[in-house]
Write a protein of this length. Structure first.
Length: 536
């Protein structure tokens, strides 16, 4: 017996077509393009806190400058259109604490990257100061000594008290007890910060370097000690030395490591970490134009089926690592993702939260859009610039809501658009950060910005997904609605799957697909000897 989940139908060559038509709002050719990056909403999310003394936690010039830069996690839209800053988890008004916390290392680190890039792009003194304060706040969250040295506490309460074991529980727990997404993002921020401050403020740069080396040491003992060992995931060998088993988390560390190594001042341990993490990410590339995942780099080493747009900066990281290490092979893997996988992605709905491998979660958020934009621009090609512009058009109305999700006048980036076009008008830190990272990239690439602001999707001829439970069933074939559509490593599309006993059939009407490539999606069960014949 075999479980048939769905069938994908695409063109016979694996190619697909997306036609982008300019909107009527195209500015005149001689008009000076307005800058898209507006930091006002990110500034609004920012705050300062003077934390109480806490063992193993300190930062640069803490005694002389007790106030540290932090960032509120969420911003809920109010009835009058304004925003209210809040933390994560349930709020206890009596103690003014949150189940998770008010501020978190993930957002503080990535906001620092926004301000660093804006400072380097524009020379803005205010961005330099914001980056400085957020980096001091981030390094206070980092555990500076003891067995967990280099790791990072994720959450901080409004008064600056660290909250290493949040509710609901997150892994690792305590949050500084092992490698994590927030460790990877700390490496990203510190790696970009060190060369930025190296000449501007040498003393602060030396402190950043020390803390970056501490973080790299944590990666070396907690992740890269597995270098060379592989997992067997449904018959495929996958690297066992990725941060939290993720090419996605590892990619964000690689962005920082590539910047650090490119400065010429990195330690041998940091260079080795960059080499080994990049190698692991590259090994997650699979498929081609006719086979899943169509040349893409999968984000999770424990699944052959799971791809998500958020945190999908694997190609960008590999392109940066290729430059820093002189490894052309890494750039080749990145290009395969950008120019084989991304055209399929764009013509089959765009950067979704979940391709598993069907569109199980069609919600789209700024984090996912930005990850694709950054990766396409990192290719350094005209084709990458054009595709990045088409992808970034999501911010200006080329999305399921047909309305802008970013406002250059306020710097607000909405928290996402569901597949049915429903917009989440909240504007928390993560969406704001990644919306601004995209805007900084567009401001640096005027042709991509022009396409993003003027293009709209006129027609898409790409992939059709047919759910198995909608097929004509005979011979005892039965639709099954599992208690959960999540399998532990992937997700059923639709309402579930169809169970096919011996001699049963499921017949799909493909409609007008005279030259279709049909790609069945099946759940192969361990130990099964079932054989299924496909015919058209």
């Amino acid at each position: 017996m075999q479980r048939i989940l769905a069938a994908l139908a695409a063109t016979a060559t694996g190619a697909a077509l997306l036609v982008a038509a300019p909107r009527a709002t195209t500015p005149p050719a001689d008009a000076a393009p307005a800058r898209l990056t507006n930091l006002a909403h990110l500034d609004f999310l920012g705050d300062t806190v003077a934390p109480p003394q806490q063992a193993r936690h300190t930062t640069y010039r803490l005694a002389a400058e007790p106030d540290l830069g932090v960032l509120w996690t969420y911003a809920d839209r109010q009835a009058d259109g304004s925003y209210k800053r809040i933390g994560g988890g349930s709020h206890d008004a009596g103690t003014d604490t949150y189940g998770q916390g008010a501020f978190n290392a993930d957002d503080v680190a990535r906001a620092a990257v926004v301000y660093l890039r804006d400072w380097r792009q524009t020379g803005a003194a205010a961005s330099r100061e914001h980056a400085y304060e957020l980096l001091r706040g981030l390094t206070f969250l980092q555990t500076a000594s003891g067995p967990n040295a280099g790791n990072v506490v994720l959450w901080m309460q409004p008064d600056g008290t660290l909250h290493p074991s949040a509710e609901p529980r997150e892994e690792p727990d305590p949050s500084d007890s092992d490698a994590s997404y927030w460790l990877a993002r700390t490496v990203w921020a510190l790696g970009e910060a060190y060369p930025a401050f190296r000449r501007d403020d040498p003393a602060f740069a030396r402190f950043l370097k020390d803390r970056l080396d501490l973080a790299v040491g944590a990666l070396d003992r907690e992740v890269l000690d597995e270098y060379g060992r592989f997992e067997n995931v449904d018959g495929r060998r996958t690297p066992a030395w990725l941060v939290v088993d993720g090419a996605d988390a590892s990619a964000e560390a690689v962005l920082g490591l590539a910047s650090y190594v490119g400065s010429g001042d990195a330690t041998p341990t940091a260079r080795r970490a960059l080499t080994q993490l990049s190698d692991g990410i590259a090994r997650m590339s699979a498929g081609d134009a006719r086979r899943w995942p169509f040349g893409g780099v999968l984000p999770w080493a424990l699944s052959r089926s799971d791809w998500h747009a958020w945190a999908s900066q694997m190609p960008a990281a590999l392109a940066r690592a290729a430059d820093a290490l002189g490894e052309h092979r890494l750039a080749t893997v990145a290009a395969k993702d950008s120019f084989t996988f991304d055209p399929w992605l764009l013509t089959s709905g765009g950067p979704d939260n979940g391709r598993l491998p069907t569109r199980a979660d069609g919600t789209q958020i700024a984090y996912g859009v930005d990850s694709r934009v950054q990766s396409l621009l990192a290719s350094g090609t005209a084709a990458g610039t054009r595709l990045a512009g088409l992808t970034a058009a999501w911010y200006f109305g080329a999305n399921a809501s047909h309305a802008p999700t970013y406002d250059p006048a306020t710097g607000v980036a909405f928290d996402g658009v569901q597949a049915d076009g429903t917009v989440n008008h909240n504007a928390g830190a993560e969406s704001t950060i990644h919306g601004l990272l995209s805007m900084l990239a567009l401001d640096a690439h005027p042709e991509a910005a022009r396409i993003a602001r003027t293009a709209d999707v006129r027609d898409a001829v790409g992939v059709s997904t047919l759910q198995a439970e909608d097929a004509a069933l005979t011979g005892g074939a039965t639709p099954v609605r599992p208690a959960s559509t999540w399998t532990g490593e992937s997700q059923y599309g639709g309402s579930g799957y169809v169970s096919l006993p011996d001699g049963s059939t499921a017949t799909f009407d493909l409609g007008e697909h005279p030259a279709a490539l049909a790609m069945p999606v099946v759940d192969l069960q361990p130990g099964s000897t079932a054989a299924t014949r496909f015919a058209a």
